[in-house]
Write a protein that binds this ligand. Sequence first.
Ligand SMILES: Nc1ncnc2c1ncn2[C@@H]1O[C@H](COP(=O)(O)OP(=O)(O)O)[C@@H](O)[C@H]1O
Ligand SMILES: [Mg+2]
Length: 223
Amino acid sequence: MGPSGCGKTTLLRVLGGLTAPSGGAVVADGRAVWSEGRADRQALTQLAMVFQEANLLPWFSVVDNIALPLRLRGVPRAERRAEAARLCELVGIAGFEDHRPHALSVGMRHRAALARALVESPRVLLLDEPFAALDAITRETMNLELERIWLARPCTAVLVTHAISEAVFLADRVVSLSARPARVLAITDVPFLRPRPLDLQHEQDFQGLVRGVRSYLTAAQGG
Ligand SMILES: Nc1ncnc2c1ncn2[C@@H]1O[C@H](COP(=O)(O)OP(=O)(O)O)[C@@H](O)[C@H]1O
Ligand SMILES: [Mg+2]
């Protein structure tokens, strides 16, 4: 989390091999993601990114959208469709495999985007405000769903969000960043066991952590 414009998207793009860093290093599993301004192809296969918009190809079916990363890697059609269908089941859009994205609700399109990110079994999942465009109820549902899906397919996830309670609800650690150029102000450990019930948000311990993170972010914004 950090003030708007502090560089969260930029940081995720650097982590994900999309924007070359002007300094520093990104190391995943002991392997440098960047060397001499170029992203390491091998390291990139370990990373997947989910954006605020689902970014599905409108002329592809849902299952073909999800299978696209496998297609680009040359995985045979039957195999990649089978894996994409398994992910449709996991993310809760089974039955919509052959629909075009426009026939899906916004929430379902985000589920499809998540399935596409998971199809290559990444070691690291980068999520840039994935639920910011959703209404409050769909967003709560997607928080629970993200945790359920993540527990079924565990990996390291880095999530950017501007909702403090969403950060505390989902994270093991909340990193609060300063205004640009972003610096780490604080790292807050979140100890609650999983799966976490929505009711957790009403508990004192939870609200205490939310207050803590809010105080760092308020300081970051100079207010
Ligand atoms: N460390 C940095 N130094 C200089 N400019 C930066 C840095 N980080 C981000 N920026 C620039 O700041 C702007 C906002 O960054 P962005 O990553 O979109 O912020 P956020 O996602 O936190 O709102 C972009 O134009 C980006 O290029
Ligand atoms: Mg951003």
